[in-house]
Design a protein around this ligand. Structure first.
Ligand code: ZN
Length: 347
């Protein structure tokens, strides 16, 4: 049982992110751990595994595998005695690794994040006290239940492209790990009377220039989107059967595809505005373009247009998420290692 619990927590850990390009929903961990009807373990007032159920439910709702959430955590959760000492240790590690955002007063942070990231809040709350500041409420909320999430209204419009999200921010606090580098993976600042502020140190942030461009691509295998990847400037991203770094496709490949696809099959490179695919395989890569298919042999590079689809093998595709909608296949569960109840897609 102990092994099953830690394997589940490891799997959950792989679905946590503060990266604006990858987060598909915002959750309040203090709320989620106490949703007792989400699992069969109702005797436990708080359980970290309930986060896995919420992630599964969001994935089923989005019809996509491997979705990541942005967790906000009230500092009190780190010492919540209703969690086991192991669970508290895990949350503290997540905080240290910057996989969760720890706040003294979360307030409306989940709503602010959802708006800035353009993603839903997965919560059973309806936030009436914030309805003036967020007129889209209760739209944009997905209420998690034992059989999946249900939408409370239309998705909110989001504020993608707002100045807060197109700049890099720097915190004056020495040693601030979050707002220090020039990475595009920086989480959104907190807005205090409109001014970008460090959520941790509560200091006004300085504008450190434009945020580097990134490109998000979805990987769809046999009709199911398995992962999203972010391509960053001047940082090649390797994709293949089992590349040294980057995205390994082997967990989802059938026998034929395993034989066809090279260990490191291709790489994506972002130079300025231009996204390139560079083949490094033995059997080649096909790019499906508006003008017809383009075959790439080993070492050949091709600048991708917005709607191009890169195929490593039949049914193994990589493209902009909007070009590769999720399929009918049910996403695999983050809870697969532990006893679980079925999470069905709501209709
Ligand atoms: Zn700071």
């Amino acid at each position: 049982m102990r092994f099953a619990v830690s394997a589940t927590l490891d799997a959950i850990e792989g679905r946590l992110t503060l990266d604006p390009a990858l987060a598909r929903g915002v959750v309040d961990l203090a709320e989620v751990v106490r949703l007792v009807d989400l699992d069969s373990d109702e005797a436990k007032p708080a359980s970290l595994r309930r986060l896995g159920h919420v992630i599964d439910a969001l994935g089923a709702h989005l019809a996509e595998d491997g979705v990541a959430v942005y967790p906000v955590v009230d500092r009190s959760v780190l010492s919540d005695l209703d969690l086991t000492s192991n669970e508290r240790m895990v949350v503290r590690r997540w905080a240290d690794d910057r996989l969760v955002e720890v706040l003294d007063e979360p307030g409306d942070r989940v709503l602010e994040l959802a708006e800035l990231l353009g993603v839903p809040v997965v919560s059973r709350q309806t936030f009436p006290q914030w309805s003036e500041r967020y007129p889209w409420l209760p739209g944009g909320l997905l209420a998690p239940g034992p059989t999946g999430v249900s939408a409370r209204g239309e998705p909110h419009p989001g504020r993608a492209g707002s100045r807060v999200m197109t700049r890099v921010w720097r915190c004056p606090e020495p040693g601030c790990a979050t707002f220090a580098d020039a990475s595009g993976a920086q989480p959104p600042p907190r807005l205090v009377t409109g001014a970008p502020t460090c959520p941790r140190h509560r200091q006004r942030l300085a504008d450190a220039g434009p945020r580097p461009q990134t490109r998000v691509r979805a990987v769809r295998i046999d009709g199911t989107v398995r992962r999203r990847v972010v391509v960053r400037p001047e940082t090649p991203l390797l994709v293949g059967r089992a590349p040294e770094s980057g995205l390994s496709l082997s967990p989802w490949l059938g026998e034929e595809a395993m034989r066809w696809i090279s260990r490191s099959h291709l790489r994506l490179e972002l130079h300025g505005d231009a996204l390139w695919v560079v083949d490094s395989s033995t059997k080649g890569t096909t790019v499906r373009t508006r003008g017809g298919p383009v075959r790439l042999g080993s070492g050949q590079a091709y600048e991708l247009a917005d709607d191009d689809v890169v195929a490593l093998y039949e049914g193994v595709e990589l493209a902009r998420p909007a070009v590769l909608p999720g399929g009918a296949v049910a996403p695999s569960s983050v809870m697969a290692e532990a006893p679980t109840i079925a999470i069905r897609r709501p209709h």
